[in-house]
Structure formats: C-alpha cells, structure tokens
Design a binder for this molecule. Structure first.
Ligand code: AMP
Length: 400
C-alpha cells in the first residue's frame, strides 16, 4: 500500500491545530483544534470531512502529549488512526528557522538542536513547536517528521533588504536581522497567483498582501522573495489586529524613560494592545466596518491608518520590484474584506492598479481576478492554504 497521508501539526503554546490530508489528490480527511491546553477548560474540536459532522470534547487536557493522544483517538474513531500504514509523514509548522533553514527539512537530532538554538529570536513560538515535534515523535518514532519553516521562503532576500542599518558586529552577535514570517502563505499565494495568470512563477513579479489578524506584505520576483514587511519578529511592518507594525524605535525609549513602563509592558503594549485593537478597541475587520457604517469616527480613523500603511507598502514594493504583474490579497481580511481591497489600491491608477467594483464584491473560495479587464497589473484575491502547502512540501520530501 502506498502511504499518501500527511498529518499537519501547528503547535502553539496552548493549542494544537491539525489537518490530515491525502496527498494523492490533496484532499482533506480531517481537521481539528485543541485549545486551552494546560487549563481545566480545554476543548477539542474534530471534524472528519467524510461526514462533515464536528465532534467536541470539553475537559482538562494537561499538556501537548495528552492533546496529541486525544487527537489520535479521535482520528482512530474515523479509521484514520496515526498507526495507519497509509500515514506517510507528519509535517510541522515551525515559526523560526533563522538563516539556517532555507528548505523544509526532515527532523533529526541536529535539526531539533538548531530549532532550540533559535529560541532567543522566537521565545513564544519555537518552544511550542519543539514540544509538538517531540510529542509526535513519541507517538510514531518510526515515521518521518518534517519541519516547514515560516521564515524559509524569505531566506532569498538580499542582504540589502534583510539587514537593519545598525552596528554590524552587534547585529551579528545577537542574530539581529530581518527574517520575515508567514512564508508558507507567501510562497503558496505567489505561486497560485502565477497559476491564475496562466504563467510560470519564474516569469511573474507579485506583491502578496497577507492580511489576517497578523499581517505581512512581500515582494516576490520570479518566485523568489526579495523583501517582506515582518522583521526580526512579526511586529514590524503593516498595522495588524493587535500589533503596531512600523514605528520610530525611539517610542520604546520614550515609553520606558518618560512613561516609566518596563520592557515587558512595552512588549505587551506593542504586540497585544496596539494595531486595530489599540486604535479603536476592535481587531475584527467585520466589526470595524459595521461601526464605520454607523458613523463611528474612531473606527474610521483606525481603518484609515491601516489602509495608509498598506498603501505605503504597495508603493514601496512596486519600487523594489520595478515591474509588477500582480497584487494578491489573502488571509482573513484580504480574502473577505472588499472595502479594504478597494481602499488599498484607490488612487493608484497611475501605477496600473485598480479594482472593478463588481468583481471585488463577489464572494468565492476560488482564486479570482478583481481588476478590470486589460488592466496593466492584475489585482487578485487568492485564498491561502498553509496546511496544504505544509503537506505538499512534507510529502515532496518523504513521499514514496
Ligand atoms: P486570519 O488571521 O487569516 O484567520 O484572519 C482573521 C481576521 O480576518 C479576523 O480578525 C477579521 O478581522 C478578518 N475577517 C474574517 N472574516 C471576515 C469577513 N467576512 N469580513 C472582514 N474581515 C474578516
């Protein structure tokens, strides 16, 4: 029997998201989520795609090992158990691969040690990713496990884009440089956009706008990333749901010296209480649009700041690329919020950018063009699929 199934695991500090895919046709067999691991009120939601009927389990799940065992039990109930000979590999989303990992990598002790060495630059994510990997290895020690890094797609950035203009020795000593994140999504969407245009990725320059709760832009030339808006951490760049994105770094000194805030307090402020939620109290674009429709000025200003930053990045990446074939919107906001797409390219006709109001209003799950016919630059909505991309990359490495 050919093993064609891949389990994709995305392990966070208190959650595990998972999908089981069949790579003979890329179809999904099951999806699910374990939340609030380590609390009394943990929750497991599991959906086998054969029936589409979700099952929920509420109770205490002590740690990642218990969480994965519970997931394995749910999968087994649907005849999709982890002991199945049809399972080819487990693919793990790993947030930070630093400069070392430019490709998806089969996990061995050396790889684990390197992911661990990168914890100082990803203190929230890499430890959780490591726990997920070790737990999965414990359940199926014989099975190949593959790490797919959020940073890998961005390792092609030239030094001119990847370096901060700070003292080189200090930067190198502490590995301070721009790594970028959401790479799996940027890779997938830039390729899917080329496909939508009926062209090879090598022939196409794309600006990808991944606008979810976290948000990042990337400039992709001929299939390779040449710049991206997130940096050492996911804090840099666009205005996000709860993160500030770009600002004068001296704001931090000011808040510490004049505001008397600690570094940890400022960290929380900029990562959790800034962006849209800091500006207007809501980070959900649906709610913000609803408030704007009711004449709420605070929500309007938050929206305007969000769009202003987005537009600046479109202009910047236009300049970085020189020639742009497409601008692709993706993720929760990018795929669903027509007013964001319309406002982001409004006034950019001189750059060949425009959206057609009718096409922009259409809701669909498929990649689609929203620019007017014969536009110089295609504007597209391209739903991202990070799990499929992780599974594809994993299977390409281990598929038999
Ligand atoms: P993501 O991080 O990609 O899951 O995106 C989550 C965000 O997408 C939410 O916080 C919302 O702001 C946004 N979102 C999801 N659905 C819609 C929608 N129908 N209209 C506008 N924004 C949406």
């Amino acid at each position: 029997m050919t093993a064609t199934r891949v389990l994709v695991l995305n392990s966070g500090s208190s959650s595990v998201k998972y999908q089981l895919l069949d790579m003979s046709d890329g179809s999904r067999l099951a999806t699910g989520l374990v939340e609030r691991i380590g609390e009394q009120s943990s929750r497991l939601k599991h959906t086998p795609l054969a029936t589409g009927e979700s099952r929920e389990w509420n109770g205490a799940i002590a740690d990642h090992e218990a969480a994965l065992k519970a997931v394995a039990e749910e999968l087994a109930k649907d005849g999709l158990g982890l002991d199945s000979p049809e399972l080819a590999a487990i693919g793990h989303r790993v947030v930070h691969g630093g400069k070392s990992f430019t490709e998806p990598t089969v996990i061995d002790e050396r790889v684990l040690a390197e992911i661990e060495r990168l914890i100082p630059v990803a203190p929230l994510h890499n430890p959780a990713n490591l726990t997920g990997i070790r737990t999965a290895q414990g359940l199926r020690p014989d099975l190949p496990q593959v790490a797919v890094f959020d940073t890998a797609f961005h390792t092609t950035m030239p030094e001119a884009a990847a370096r901060y203009a700070i003292d080189v020795r200090t930067a190198d000593e502490h590995r301070v440089r721009r790594y970028g994140f959401h790479g799996t999504s940027h890779a997938y969407v830039s390729r899917a956009t080329a496909k939508l245009l009926g062209r090879a990725p090598e022939d196409v320059n794309v600006i990808v706008l991944h606008l979810g709760n976290g948000a990042s832009a990337s400039a992709v030339r001929g299939g390779k990333c040449v710049d991206t808006s997130m940096g050492l951490t996911p804090l840099e760049g666009l205005v996000m749901g709860t993160r500030s994105g770009d600002m004068d770094p001296a704001v931090i000194f000011h808040l510490a010296r004049v505001g008397g805030m600690s570094i940890d307090e400022i960290d929380t402020l900029l990562n959790k209480r800034s962006g849209l939620i800091g500006l207007c109290g809501d980070n959900d674009m649906r709610e913000i649009r609803r408030r704007i429709d009711e004449g709420d000025e605070e929500a309007q200003l938050a929206f305007d700041i969000y769009i202003h930053r987005l537009k600046k990045y479109i202009g910047a990446y236009y300049a970085v690329l020189g020639r742009v074939d497409a601008v692709a919107f993706t993720a929760g906001v990018g795929e669903n919020a027509a007013p964001v797409r319309e406002a982001a390219v409004a006034g950019l006709e001189a750059l060949g950018l425009a959206v057609d109001g009718g096409l922009n209003a259409v809701r669909a799950d498929e990649p689609r063009l929203i620019s007017p016919a014969h536009a110089r630059v295609a504007v597209a909505v391209v739903p991202t699929d990070e799990e499929l991309e992780i599974a594809t990359q994993t299977y390409a490495l281990v598929g038999r």
